[in-house]
Ligand binder design. Structure first.
Ligand code: NAD
Length: 486
């Protein structure tokens, strides 16, 4: 049965005049239709969020009340975890075991920011006068949250948690390919959390250049928090400049180096290289898509990677044994396959290199390994699929030079038994997240975000909440002496 969804605006389900189909990338089947929102539809959601912020009960809700609502949301997510994970996998194709972890992480994120709601506070400052000078932390206001398709529910919660905790009201736009888990979240909240005032949470679906752009360019929106591709991020900045110079945070793409020195444990290291790039079919912003290997071990390293890659199980993402599902859509599969073709022309293909026939109508791409230097297009461009380039290096300085030779700076990892060398590399690499002897662990307690063209601002952690707060300076004169101005 094809489920028909509407927008969630002002606490109600609202129909719009156009619809878009949502496809299961494992089977090619249409599983739902969602609203194809126009700019006017988005404006209605912004208006609801504006009213809820400017004159609704959210403005006067205590931090304790906001925190309790976030804990309630987390409880609802955990109670419906199995259904949410199933829906996520059917919509975006990720293995069910990974969806289950994402849903738990989504609930953990809500709990973390539920707890933080009561820890928002300013400071008193020692100004050189008979005065009391202090700061207040206040919510930015109405925020537009725009998320991509690779972790649909989890990345929505990375933004929703801190935004609501800070006291903002939100209009969230999921990616056009993967709106279902967020719509289900809104349905669950609507049904089980009547205490949430209407207009605090609004969800609109639709095309990026129409609905997303309307949110970015709205004069009524105070901030946009965006996760997506670097080129789209550039568009977002243009839109912000064209409209009201709203506050903006950007979590963008990456081409992260995963660096292996000759003294690493080869077995653990090759596992780390494969996991670091092929988890979630390689559709990970922090994917270790450049594997830098010291030249003395490169041949053995590549041989082990190839042998292990042949054992990665592709298939039905609802099967618990599956390690890689389909990529998110037919369009994306064509894009990844075209990138692989371009890679073949300039780099040595070591494994994979084509479409996989795991399920006949599914969008499966073989895990693919190239070997080249860092100048090759395939080593520089974010593919956002199961494609990795192995790049040999000579020594530590060479590794650092290659690692930093990219416009991106989201993440990096370094593997060696020599902790001093690891720490030198940690300091030398220009990236927002650096792992040592592991890759990809990600915690709500710790900040996430990129250097260079991987974006600005940080998500998660205390810093993630600060993105949604303004700082107001308050200066109170304590002197009763007249102002000696004349
Ligand atoms: P995308 O940029 O195509 O789309 C992201 C979101 O932006 C979608 O909701 C889309 O509808 C919307 N959008 C598209 N055009 C828009 C416009 N002109 N104005 C406003 N919104 C618009 O990205 P994608 O293909 O969905 O996701 C993949 C990208 O996201 C990759 O580059 C990946 O690295 C990045 N990403 C980054 C992080 C991070 O934390 N840094 C996390 C996940 C994904």
């Amino acid at each position: 049965m094809v489920v028909q969804h509407r927008n969630y605006v002002g606490g109600e389900w609202v129909s719009v005049s156009a619809a878009r189909e949502v496809v299961n990338p494992a089977t090619g089947a249409v599983i739902a239709t969602v609203a194809e929102s126009s700019a006017a539809d988005v404006a209605a959601a912004v208006r609801a969020a504006r009213d809820a912020f400017d004159s609704g009960p959210w403005r006067t809700a205590t931090a304790q009340a906001r925190g309790r609502l976030l804990f309630e949301m987390a409880r609802i997510v955990r109670e419906h975890a199995a259904d949410l994970a199933h829906l996520e996998t059917r919509n975006c194709g990720k293995p069910i075991v990974e969806s289950e972890m994402d849903v738990q992480d989504a609930a953990t994120c809500l709990e973390y920011y539920g707890g933080l709601a009561t820890k928002i506070h300013g400071e008193t400052l020692p100004v050189p006068d008979n005065a009391l000078n202090l700061t207040l932390k206040e919510p930015v206001g109405v925020v537009g949250l725009i998320v991509p398709w690779n972790y649909p529910l989890l990345l929505a919660m990375w933004k929703l948690g801190p935004a609501l905790s800070a006291g903002c009201t939100v209009v969230l736009k999921p990616a056009e390919q993967t709106p279902l888990s967020m719509l289900e979240f809104a349905r669950l909240v609507h049904e089980h959390l009547p205490e949430l005032p209407p207009g605090v949470l609004n969800v609109v679906t639709g095309d990026g250049p129409v609905a997303g752009r309307a949110l970015v360019e709205s004069m009524e929106v105070d901030q946009v928090a965006f996760t997506g591709g670097t080129e789209t991020g550039r568009e977002v900045l243009h839109g912000v400049a064209r409209s009201n110079l709203k506050k903006v945070s950007l979590e963008l793409g990456g081409k992260s180096p995963n660096i292996f020195f000759s003294d690493c444990d080869l077995d653990a290291a090759t596992d780390g290289a494969l996991f670091g790039v092929f988890i979630n079919q390689g559709e990970v912003c922090s994917a270790g898509s450049r594997v830098l290997v010291q030249r003395t071990i490169a041949a053995e390293f590549l041989a082990r990677m190839r042998e292990k890659t042949a054992r990665i199980r592709l298939g039905d993402p609802l099967d618990r044994a599956t390690k890689m599902g389909p990529v998110v859509s037919r369009e994306h599969m064509e894009r990844v396959l075209a990138a692989i073709e371009r890679g073949r022309a300039e780099a040595r293909l070591v494994a994979g290199g084509g479409r996989a026939a795991a399920l006949p109508a599914g969008c499966f791409v073989e895990p693919t390994i190239f070997e080249s230097d860092n100048a090759a297009w395939i080593a520089r461009e974010e593919i956002f699929g199961p494609v990795v380039t192995v790049i040999p290096f000579d020594d530590e300085a060479d590794a650092i030079r290659i690692a930093n030779d990219t416009p991106y700076g989201l993440a990096a990892a370094v593997w060696s038994r020599d902790i001093f060398r690891c720490l030198r590399v940690v300091k030398a690499v220009r990236a927002g997240i650096v792992w040592v002897n592991t890759m990809q662990p990600c915690y709500v307690e710790s900040p996430w975000g990129g250097y260079k063209q991987s974006g600005h601002g940080r998500e998660m952690s205390l810093q993630g909440q600060d993105e949604f707060l303004e700082t107001k300076q308050v200066h109170i004169n304590l002197s009763e002496a007249p102002l000696a101005w004349y």
